[in-house]
Design a protein around this ligand. Structure first.
Ligand SMILES: Cc1cc2nc3c(=O)[nH]c(=O)nc-3n(C[C@H](O)[C@H](O)[C@H](O)COP(=O)(O)O)c2cc1C
Length: 176
C-alpha cells in the first residue's frame, strides 16, 4: 500500500477479532509514532502500551462510554504528553505533537492490516484525571488520547463508512 492509498482508505475500526498483534508490529506502530514532526523537535510524548485485557477494560472505563471499542481490542496505546519536554514559550504545542503521533500510529497500523480507532481523552478533564489516577502518572505527564487496535472484524469493517470524502466548499483559493 502506498502512502496516498493508506491515507485515503483509512477508516475507524471499532470491532476487532481475537487475533493477537505481533510484538514486531507493535514496535513498528510505536516507531511511526516517534517519526512525526514535533514543535522544536521536543518529542514531548511518551506511550503507555498494553495488550493485557484487564488493563484494557480499566482504561475503557476511565475514558468514558465512547471508549467501549477498547474492551475488545488486542492492543491499547495511551498517548501521553510530557510537559517537562514541551517547548517552554508555548507548551500547548504538546497537544499537536501528541495528535501527530496518534495519527501516525493509526496510519502505520492500517498499512499492516491492523484496524484502530482514536478515543479522545484530552481536553476532557474527567478522563484525563481518571487515567492519571489509574496509572499513577506524574503531574507533568498528561493523557492525550487512547488508540485501540486489533484486526478488523470483517463484517463490521465492510459496513463502516469511510468519511474521507472530498468537499469542494472547504477549500478557499487565494481568498476566503
Ligand atoms: C479527537 C478524536 C476523538 C475521537 N474520539 C472517539 C471516541 O471516543 N470513540 C470513538 O468510537 N471514536 C472516536 N473518534 C473517531 C471518530 O469518531 C472518527 O474518526 C470519525 O467519525 C470519522 O470516521 P473515520 O475515522 O472512519 O473516517 C475520535 C476521533 C478523534 C480525531
Amino acid at each position: 500500500m502506498d502512502a496516498l492509498e493508506n491515507i485515503l482508505t483509512r477508516k475507524s475500526v471499532r470491532e476487532f477479532t481475537n487475533r493477537p498483534i505481533k510484538e514486531e508490529d507493535v514496535k513498528t506502530i510505536l516507531h511511526a509514532a516517534m517519526s512525526g514532526p514535533s514543535c522544536v523537535n521536543a518529542r514531548d510524548w511518551s506511550f503507555l502500551v498494553t495488550k493485557k485485557n484487564d488493563i484494557l477494560q480499566k482504561m475503557a472505563e476511565a475514558n468514558g462510554k465512547p471508549a467501549q471499542p477498547l474492551k475488545k481490542a488486542q492492543l491499547g496505546i495511551l498517548v501521553l504528553g510530557d510537559l517537562e519536554r514541551a517547548f517552554k514559550p508555548a507548551p500547548d504545542y504538546w497537544i499537536i505533537d501528541g495528535s501527530i503521533a496518534a495519527q501516525n500510529m493509526i496510519l502505520a497500523a492500517h498499512a499492516l492490516g491492523i484496524g484502530s480507532v482514536w478515543l479522545g481523552t484530552y481536553p476532557q478533564m474527567e478522563r484525563v484525571n481518571n487515567l492519571q489516577k489509574l496509572f499513577n502518572l506524574p503531574e507533568t505527564v498528561i493523557p492525550h488520547s487512547i488508540i485501540a487496535f486489533g484486526y478488523p472484524d470483517e463484517d463490521s469493517y465492510a459496513l463502516a463508512k469511510g468519511k474521507g470524502f472530498y468537499e469542494e466548499d472547504r477549500v478557499h483559493i487565494d481568498r476566503w
